[in-house]
Design a protein around this ligand. Structure first.
Ligand SMILES: Cc1cc2nc3c(=O)[nH]c(=O)nc-3n(C[C@H](O)[C@H](O)[C@H](O)COP(=O)(O)OP(=O)(O)OC[C@H]3O[C@@H](n4cnc5c(N)ncnc54)[C@H](O)[C@@H]3O)c2cc1C
Length: 338
């Protein structure tokens, strides 16, 4: 399977954005069946460049993550990426897992510190384990045979009391230790992403792909939960709209497709190397967003340019983007498609 660093490099050379999907391992046999028989075939038909699989909080899905990544690669021919965290494992155990992953044909990793299981107080490193993601990046590099991505936080990591610039400097450290690309935490106001990207490129001289992670709003309580966990903020216009739509999940999901379409269209116009969708194991919204954008596969740029924003979406998303001048690095993919 291809290294993700090579996928971004060839997409850049071909002037196409990389579309990728994040999945999680289902908790029930029924969820596993739905994923294998419905969701994955639908997502694979959209021809993503790769799919990533999360690693349950507290390291709870270690083996299942590897199994699902391997199955995506073998059954759908789509390159997979395993998320791997520092939680609940010693250095030796992580080392063994890396060797197993490599032996099973997995060559792409997202190296993370990880979130502790719900209900536990903060992160505590395992005795003999790692404290920070950069240590995992370093180990994966030393083991060899992997393209390694890391997490980035456009609004700063929620635990970083010293502020976002210090957090971004620490992200730079992960890149210096060998990370090939960055995937961001979800955000709803693109100006956070642009500020983050500009700082990394202009001040910290980062030259790896910085990929926005985009979530589609399925219902209001889900978004409140995710933003509370991650510390990502919700623009007031979005809060007002969700309030107006109330418990009408269908209307919220419909609005979510429209909002994410406009958010992605703005990001693509501003030269992102790709979009990583947090699919939440649902194919419908993502399929519609890609169709709206015209980037499902072999489509034209016209769709992105022609996407007409509704006033709520536009106010929330493009507050600062209109007058931006893309840097040299950004210019490689404007208006181009997978
Ligand atoms: C795209 C994406 C996918 C994710 N997937 C998963 C998943 O599958 N499973 C899961 O459990 N979690 C996942 N997470 C969440 C992530 O694990 C948490 O946000 C976690 O709290 C931080 O992880 P990190 O890799 O950024 O950690 P780190 O980079 O280690 O940073 C953690 C904190 O430590 C600080 N820090 C870093 N280096 C230093 C240093 N040298 N000295 C002092 N402080 C330092 C940082 O500023 C930050 O506040 C994901 C996040 C993203 C953005």
């Amino acid at each position: 399977m291809r290294f993700i660093r090579d996928i971004y490099a060839s997409a850049k050379a071909n002037g196409r954005p990389v579309v990728s999907f994040e999945l999680f391992t289902p908790k029930t046999p029924e969820g596993e069946r739905t994923l294998a028989q419905k969701t994955l075939p639908t997502l694979a038909a959209l021809e993503p460049a790769y799919c990533s699989v999360t690693y349950g909080a507290g390291g709870s899905t270690r083996q299942k993550t590897i199994d699902l990544v391997q199955s995506i690669q073998v059954n759908f021919g789509v390159p997979g990426m395993a998320h791997l965290t520092c939680i609940g494992a010693t250095r030796d155990q992580i080392h063994a897992l890396l060797l197993e992953a490599r032996q099973r044909g997995i060559c792409n990793l997202l190296a993370l510190r990880g979130d502790p299981p719900a209900g536990t107080a903060g992160f505590t490193p395992e005795p003999g384990g790692f404290r920070f993601a950069y240590e995992l990046v370093e180990l994966a590099r030393n083991v060899g045979g992997f393209s390694v991505g890391v997490a980035g936080f456009p609004e700063g990591h929620i635990e970083c009391r010293e502020g976002k610039h210090v957090d971004w400097q620490r992200l730079k450290e992960k890149i210096d230790r060998g990370a090939d690309f960055v995937i961001t935490q979800l955000f709803f106001d693109n100006s956070f992403f642009y500020e983050f990207r500009d700082h990394l490129i202009r001040h910290l001289h980062v030259n790896v792909p910085i990929v926005p992670g985009i979530i589609t709003i399925l219902n209001a309580s889900q978004i409140r939960k995710f933003t509370a966990l991650s510390g990502a903020s919700i623009p007031q216009t979005l809060i007002d709209k969700l309030h107006e739509l109330g418990d009408n999940d269908e209307a919220v999901a419909e609005f979510g497709v429209e909002f994410a379409t406009q958010q992605c269209a703005d990001l693509l116009r501003n030269g992102v190397p790709g979009i990583h969708f947090y699919t939440l194991n649902k194919a419908r919204s993502v399929s519609r967003i890609l169709a709206n954008l015209g980037i499902a596969h072999s489509t034209s740029a016209a769709h992105t340019r022609n996407a007409v924003p509704c006033s709520t979406c536009e106010a929330a998303i493009t507050s600062t983007s209109q007058n931006r001048t893309p840097t040299d690095r950004e210019q490689h993919v404007p208006h181009r498609h997978q």
